[in-house]
Every structure is written in structure tokens, then in C-alpha cells.
Design a protein around this ligand. Structure first.
Ligand code: NAP
Length: 272
């Protein structure tokens, strides 16, 4: 694989971390295959990347649509093999309080989180790997979260979706190493994006999306199997796994939050 990837496919390019990654990679000599669902924001990020000298192809895509994803990856790899595939698309939701009782995310949100965050990313990794395998080279990176390290009561399904991505990517890395394909997983802490702006709660050590993108690009260049940031939060969450349950629950109060429902959440319909 070339040290600097030339042909890059990216999901979730229309906002937040994915958008910042697209801008970070946008350079002359690079071909970016960007996807997202929002047509207007897709056009905007594509224009910005073209202004920076990259060749851009933009595709409206829902990561839940396997057929569309398959044809997007095939089309992106049609003229030359892909160097790098980054799965960034994701959604969030939180537990709720109903009649004085705590409940996890709604069933509809739970299914959506698992379908978009976990299956969307894993589907993307498998299809990207299938496209890279005949060439014996390529790199696949999936965006998980530090929420993958310990189940947070504020968002059980989100944590489960990110843990699935993390473990799948780690396994895939070992599986595909003999075939010359690198797999990396990224576990961000709080990053300032439209997603984190819907989160009501403390967000210690929050990074800008540009800083996160620079860190991710560097980590991928170095082929870090797993890049988690910032390290104090990562360490804190990992340590929780070794504490007695009651003590872990005490510290978890520091990670309590609510997420304002997004447009697809059934809760946004009941609020509007
Ligand atoms: N921000 C944080 O603090 C943080 C921390 C840890 C991990 N992460 C992870 O980082 C990734 C990016 O998050 P972000 O903070 O940048 O969020 P964001 O600003 O809300 O961006 C989310 C991106 O995902 C895309 N997306 C959502 N649902 C999709 C679907 N069904 N099909 C295709 N694309 C879809 C969105 O595209 P459209 O809007 O065009 O649909 C958008 O481009 C996510 O996987 C998130 O879980 C974020």
C-alpha cells in the first residue's frame, strides 16, 4: 500500500468527523469517493474538497442499504483499486426517564443504532475488503468510540453498537493481515460535531473535529491497530472494567448524559 493513500472511500462525509476527514485528505492527486444522505451537505463538502485540489465523486447513500453500498464500492473501485476505506457514518440516542423510571433507548432507536452504527460499518468493512482482496493491498478504518470500552447506562445500545464495531475490526485485522489488507479501529472521545452538540452532559477533554481528523490520519499512516483519544478518558473507561460493580457504577455518574433525539428518532416525533 502506498504510504499516502490516493483513492479513498468515506461514509458519513457530510458532517462532523467524516467531513473533517474529507477536508484533511483533500489534496491534489487524491480521488475521494464521498457518501452521506444529505444531498446539500454532500454537495458542499464535495465542492470544498475540489477547491483543495482533490478529485471528488459524491454519492447519496444510506449505510443500511446493502445493494446501494455494494454498487457504490464497486463503482469507486472500477477504474483502480481503493487504497483506503473509512466507515464514519453513525447515529446516537440515549436512555430516557419515563414515569420516574430509567429505560434504555427506545426499541426503534436501539434497532437503528445497531443497524447504522454496527451493521452499517461492518457491512462497509466486508464489502471494502472484498474489493481489496484481489489486489492484495488496502486499508480499512472504522470509527467506533471510547463508549466501546464500558457499557454506559446513558446509552446501552450506542455502546453495544460501538463495541461490535471495535471487536469486529480487531478480528478482521488479524484475519486479513496475511492478505495484505490493514484494518484499524478508531475510538474517539468527545469531538465537537453536530452529534455531540445534541448531547446534554459533561464532555471533558472535547477535541475539535479538525484535531480529531489530523490524529486519525496520523494513526492510519502509522497503521495503529486501535487509536483511542484522549488517553485520560480512554484509560478511565478501561479501568472501570476492573473495579467492583458498585464502585464502577459510582464513577459512571460522571459519564451521565441525555441526547436530544435526532430527526429519525421516534422521540423527536413525540416532542414535535
Ligand atoms: N462526536 C463525538 O463526540 C463522537 C465520539 C465518538 C464516536 N463518534 C462517532 O464518530 C462518527 C461520526 O460522528 P459525528 O460526531 O461526526 O456525527 P455527525 O456530525 O452527526 O455525523 C454523522 C454522519 O453520519 C452520517 N449518517 C448517519 N446516519 C446515516 C445513514 N443511515 N446512512 C449514511 N450515513 C449516515 C451522516 O450523514 P447525513 O447527515 O448526510 O445523513 C453524517 O455524515 C459516528 O460513528 C459517531 O458514532 C463521535
Amino acid at each position: 500500500m502506498p504510504a499516502s493513500p490516493r483513492r479513498i472511500v468515506l461514509t458519513g462525509a457530510t458532517s462532523g468527523i467524516g467531513r473533517a476527514l474529507a477536508l484533511e485528505y483533500a489534496k491534489p492527486g487524491r480521488q475521494l469517493f464521498l457518501s452521506g444522505r444529505d444531498e446539500e451537505r454532500l454537495a458542499t463538502i464535495s465542492a470544498l474538497c475540489r477547491d483543495k485540489g482533490a478529485q471528488v465523486s459524491a454519492t447519496r447513500l444510506d449505510v443500511r442499504d446493502q445493494v446501494a453500498m455494494k454498487s457504490w464500492i464497486a463503482a469507486s473501485a472500477a477504474t483502480a483499486p481503493l487504497d483506503l476505506a473509512i466507515g464514519c457514518a453513525g447515529v446516537s440516542a440515549s436512555s430516557r426517564r419515563v414515569g420516574g423510571r430509567d429505560l434504555p433507548e427506545t426499541l426503534a432507536d436501539t434497532e437503528r443504532l445497531l443497524e447504522v452504527n454496527a451493521m452499517g460499518a461492518i457491512r462497509f468493512a466486508i464489502l471494502a475488503a472484498e474489493s481489496m482482496l484481489p489486489h492484495g493491498r488496502g486499508q480499512i478504518a472504522l470509527i467506533s468510540s471510547i463508549a466501546a470500552y464500558h457499557g454506559l447506562p446513558s446509552s446501552p445500545a450506542y455502546c453495544a453498537s460501538k463495541a461490535a464495531v471495535r471487536v469486529h475490526a480487531r478480528a478482521l485485522r488479524h484475519l486479513l493481515a496475511p492478505s495484505g489488507i490493514k484494518v484499524n479501529v478508531i475510538c474517539p472521545g468527545y469531538v465537537d460535531t453536530p452529534m455531540s452538540r445534541r448531547l446534554r452532559g459533561a464532555q471533558p477533554l472535547r477535541w475539535t473535529s479538525a484535531r480529531a481528523a489530523r490524529g486519525i490520519v496520523r494513526a492510519l499512516e502509522r497503521d495503529k491497530p486501535e487509536y483511542a483519544f484522549p488517553w485520560p478518558l480512554t484509560l478511565g473507561l478501561r479501568i472501570l472494567n476492573f473495579l467492583p460493580d458498585a464502585l464502577a457504577r459510582f464513577f459512571l455518574h460522571g459519564f451521565a448524559f441525555d441526547v436530544d433525539p435526532d430527526q429519525e428518532s421516534p422521540l423527536s416525533r413525540t416532542r414535535n
